[in-house]
Design a protein around this ligand. Structure first.
Ligand SMILES: [Zn+2]
Ligand SMILES: [Zn+2]
Length: 373
């Protein structure tokens, strides 16, 4: 059909020519076109709100896997290097040293295998566990905070304070307001510059495991560091034993040529051992004194600073043994990030009674628009 023949006609003219149109195929197409323009638009169906997982809208620099159940940092260069060095060293040992040692005493490679499994398990859990990330305050929480401030310190409303003094076990401490997360950080929490989150009991950001170390994964991190130190010493000793027993008095360079992979294992372990042993002792000291790396570096609880302004003795310390047991064996603190949960679409804010009296509000519950969150 030639489109150039088409033209739009008023409705009365269409009706008048309808009989002629019915007999002509080309004109029938035209009528259909005219009829279509007059059909009523179907009524819009109500759109169901789509449920959104919290991890998909998380503003920090984190990578989530398995529907938000696993979390790690987006920067993973050093993490991949750790995986490469660990896997290469272990593979070389079990391929080139373990068969010889098995022939002498099967328990030697079995102990190495069990230690390796323990190290890998703790490494994976440390790397992919939520360290204690605090979700950022939504707009409704900011409104709530301002209401509480208006009720308790009305003179401060215009100029919101950046620090707050609190008392823990008789010691006065200051908590700071985090402008990125828009909230007062809980005691011992700090903002990780790499991941861009506030983390509960923040220890440090470890690029080698590709995650922050905090309240929820410190125990796994400590086990990883200690077990890796033991494994490195064990692999170094075993590979040296293999080389010495195979030498049979031959010159050193000849033995190196015959067992190059055993030498590689021994050299890698030798250079890794010192930093790992140092790290083990440092974290053992922190564990027994109930401090974090962050607190130790800032000197928060240092003895000589106890009487200085803003510095206090450690109110969290319970004694060396209790400190260690509390951090290593207490059940894991639940994740407050709740990354695999859904974003709330109906938020309830509880207004404190004190504020209610001042403002004369008769209800203590307000429903906020979901777009506030
Ligand atoms: Zn923060
Ligand atoms: Zn971090």
């Amino acid at each position: 059909m030639d489109a150039s023949k088409w033209k739009l006609l008023p409705q009365n003219e269409v009706d008048a020519r309808s009989e002629d149109i019915e007999e002509d195929d080309e004109e029938t197409d035209f009528q259909c076109a005219m009829v279509e323009t007059q059909t009523t638009i179907p009524q819009e169906q109500p759109i169901k709100p789509k449920k959104v997982r919290k991890w998909t809208v998380h503003p920090g620099r984190n990578r989530f896997c398995c529907q938000g159940k696993l979390v790690c940092s987006k920067k993973h260069g050093a993490f991949l290097l750790t995986v490469f060095i660990m896997s290469t060293t272990m593979t070389l040992f079990f391929v080139f040293d373990a068969p010889f040692l098995w022939s002498k005493n099967p328990s030697i490679p079995i102990i190495a295998a069990l230690l390796s499994i323990f190290v890998i398990a703790n490494f994976i859990v440390t790397s992919f566990t939520d360290p204690g990330i605090l979700p950022r305050a939504g707009n409704f929480e900011i409104i709530e905070m301002d209401k509480q401030l208006a009720a308790t310190q009305p003179e401060q409303v215009a100029n919101r304070p950046r620090t707050k003094e609190i008392e823990i076990n008789g010691e006065k401490m200051r908590v700071k307001y985090c402008t990125s997360c828009r909230m007062f950080r809980p005691p011992r929490a700090s903002h990780c510059a790499v991941c861009d989150n506030c983390v509960l009991m923040f220890d440090h950001h470890c690029p080698w495991v590709g995650n922050c170390i905090g309240l929820r994964n410190y125990a796994y991190f400590y086990r990883f560091v200690v077990s890796l130190s033991i494994l490195i010493v064990y692999l170094f000793t075993s590979s040296i034993v293999h080389i010495c027993l195979s030498a049979n008095g031959r010159p050193f360079m000849e033995v190196v040529r015959d067992y190059p992979m055993s030498v590689v294992v021994a050299v890698v372990c030798f250079f890794s051992i010192w930093s790992l042993i140092g790290l083990t002792f440092f974290h053992s000291y922190l564990l027994f004194t109930n401090q974090t790396t962050n607190e130790d570096l800032k000197g928060t609880f240092r003895k000589k600073n106890r009487n200085a302004e803003n510095l206090v003795k450690n109110p969290f310390s319970r004694g060396y043994l209790k400190n260690m047991c509390h951090r290593m064996f207490k059940s894991t603190f639940p994740s407050v990030l709740d990354a695999d949960g859904f974003v709330n679409d109906n938020i309830t804010v509880i207004v404190p009674k004190t504020f209610e009296k001042q403002t004369g509000q008769d209800s203590n519950i307000q429903q906020l628009d979901p777009t506030f969150a």
